[in-house]
Design a protein around this ligand. Structure first.
Ligand SMILES: [Zn+2]
Length: 318
């Protein structure tokens, strides 16, 4: 963040005194822009235009790389009079090198940043490159093409001052870029943990609902409402309430989740209470008390599927 950080004297003094006010103005503009709420592309585009002026560059680009991506990609570019043409493969190697560095660096025409890199600066002019660091991960890199007379192009800047200057600006912009660029990329692992926590909370509510229903239904255990019609009305309402809350009753005989029904049977005038469920042999009824039974509530099992439905569902899952 720029905050109220002024340009350090040792950097400012490398500019001719006539230029210092213009440099301060450009810097303050960039700082205000970064603190504002403009989008990523506007921030980078405006910053690059200003950086081109601040560094007396003839062209430049900002490259970004999202987490998990191997290749950095150009996000904004100012070509000026420069013909980038087919320089991209060499630029890419140099930019990748910038991603591996902790500080900015200058490369002269035809030069390499260090002996481990085969890429050479293909431009007629100094190339200034610097990483945009985000807590140890490089999210981006600046690439500025300076004039052929650089590093004296910007005021009387010695090379180390130009490098310090880009690092200083990069540090100021880092968080602003990171927030805008990575802000929309939610990390998967915390999102899954968050979902699991919500699921656990929902399960807690479900258990509370089941307990509340059990308490109410317990008060009618052993009751009879006087007629088949009344017993059916009550049982049907209970069943609707359970179904709406993803619940079934456990069959006291076999333990399977079941639907409670009241049906006429033999000489039981007001019907019997039955547990209706699908067991291995097909649809089965257990039970048969003549009064409303004491119920144990269990979760509704997943819907039974035909073999064909199962295939379709598995195909949709993949
Ligand atoms: Zn049963």
């Amino acid at each position: 963040m720029f905050g109220n950080r002024p340009i350090p004297d040792e950097i400012l003094q490398t500019f001719d005194w006539q230029e210092q006010q213009a440099v301060q103005n450009e810097y303050q503009y960039v700082a205000r822009l970064a603190a504002g709420d403009c989008g990523l592309d506007e921030l980078l585009g405006q910053f690059l235009s200003h950086a081109v002026r601040l560094f007396g560059a003839s062209a430049g680009a900002i490259w970004l790389r999202a987490p998990g991506q191997a290749k950095p990609a150009i996000r904004v570019e100012r070509s000026g009079q420069v013909c980038w043409g087919d320089m991209k493969p060499q630029r890419e190697v140099l930019v990748r090198h910038a991603f591996a560095r902790t500080r900015a660096f200058l490369v002269e025409t035809g030069g390499t940043p260090d002996c481990r890199t085969s890429a050479r600066n293909p431009f007629d002019g100094y190339l200034l490159l610097g990483p945009i660091d985000s807590q140890g991960d490089r999210v981006g890199a600046f690439e500025l093409l300076l004039g052929t007379q650089s590093p004296r192009q910007v005021g009387n800047c010695p090379p180390h001052a130009i490098i310090d200057w880009l690092d200083y600006l990069s540090a100021g912009l880092r968080r602003e870029i990171e927030q805008r660029f990575l802000g929309n990329l939610a990390p998967l692992q915390p999102a899954l943990v968050n979902l699991a926590a919500t699921q656990a909370e929902i399960e807690g509510y479900k258990r509370a609902i089941a307990v509340s229903l059990e308490v109410t239904l317990d008060s009618y255990a052993g009751a009879n409402f006087g007629s088949l019609s009344n017993n059916r009305t009550f049982t049907k309402k209970v069943q609707e309430l359970l179904d709406a809350n993803g619940l079934r009753v456990a069959c006291p005989e076999c333990g399977s989740p079941a639907i409670l029904r009241c049906q006429p049977a033999g000489n039981a005038k007001s019907g019997v209470f039955l547990y209706d469920h699908y067991l291995e042999g097909g649809r089965t009824f257990h039970g048969g008390p003549t009064t409303f039974p004491k119920l144990r509530l269990v979760s509704k099992p997943p819907r039974r599927t035909s073999p064909q439905e199962g295939l379709l569902r598995r195909a949709a899952d993949n």
